[in-house]
Design a protein around this ligand. Sequence first.
Ligand SMILES: NC(=O)c1ccc[n+]([C@@H]2O[C@H](COP(=O)([O-])OP(=O)(O)OC[C@H]3O[C@@H](n4cnc5c(N)ncnc54)[C@H](OP(=O)(O)O)[C@@H]3O)[C@@H](O)[C@H]2O)c1
Length: 337
Amino acid sequence: MFDPDRYDNRMPYRRCGDSGLLLPALSLGFWHNFGRNDDFQEARRIMHRAFDRGVTHFDLANNYGPPPGSAEENVGRILVEDFICHRDELVISTKAGHDMWGGPYGEWGSRKHLLASLDQSLKRLRLSYVDIFYSHRPDPETRLEETMAALASAVHSGKALYVGLSKYPLKRLKKAVRILKDMGIRCLIYQPPYSLLNRWPESAGILDWLQEEGLGCAAFSPLAQGLLTAKYLDGIPDGSRAARAEGFLQPEQVTTHQEKIRTLNELAMAHGMPLHHLALQWALRSPAVTTAIIGARSVAQLDDSLDALRAAPLSESLLAVIDSIAPPADFEKDTDA
Ligand SMILES: NC(=O)c1ccc[n+]([C@@H]2O[C@H](COP(=O)([O-])OP(=O)(O)OC[C@H]3O[C@@H](n4cnc5c(N)ncnc54)[C@H](OP(=O)(O)O)[C@@H]3O)[C@@H](O)[C@H]2O)c1
């Protein structure tokens, strides 16, 4: 059913920090395009094509949809119908922490929310365990010890093999990783936004620290939700994420970045590659980045993005020009915002 040659070096696998786990250079995320309102058969074709092209890591969260939970439901159905013999070839992650259900326990970082949410995710995904369970965002009100103890419980109960943290600022990230370590749990991976339009993890010193500590990094939205493709060069096309009511990309973000996107596009064209290949090669140039998690609305988009892996690495001189167009922002090194 799947391409028997899928592990023939078409996909590079990178070690996740100093752990035993390898992840594909490009992973597939299900934030958009896999909910109840999306085309289920196209979603299934995207997952199949991804796996055929060596993508072994699928990234989810409790609230992906819309409605929240429906991406996990759809993926659960595809997993059980099509991937049942391949479970051990897949790394499936999910997260808890953003708005999920009503009342005081439906979000943030309490033990109550995290462990109930993980049980719900496993039911929707029709799995007995996930490979990585993330705290999706830092909770300013809950003691880090409580959130980290919930992650440790997920591992001890066998419901997660590894744990990760997403969007924690550096100071809190360091503390969280230390607390986990004291509980005998190694944080596997950190998940930040990272793209040519958002160099925050680099300028905040996070990428350097992850490397020093031997933690992996899953860079999300490396195409800045589609801004780093040719689609927004002349405005907002119908059907794009910025045009859709349920899309997370705001039209103002298109306006803000349009000049920079056009300049980057000209640079990419001058070097014989499409903008999205330049953007993905750029995100993967950092040795701190284990994998970049892309999104795709169609098989064609997925193929287009995975083809970036065939491009040569960006030269030092090209990286210097990119820096002059899209410099790292001047962030405080140790902000705990
Ligand atoms: N931890 C967190 O808080 C967090 C937050 C956000 C995302 N994530 C993870 O990261 C994953 C990826 O995020 P993302 O979807 O924003 O990633 P992305 O790769 O930056 O953007 C994907 C979108 O770009 C457009 N696109 C992709 N390839 C294209 C192509 N070849 N030509 C034209 N347009 C193309 C499509 O949007 P259109 O619909 O406009 O076609 C597609 O849905 C998510 O699914 C999730 O797993 C995590």
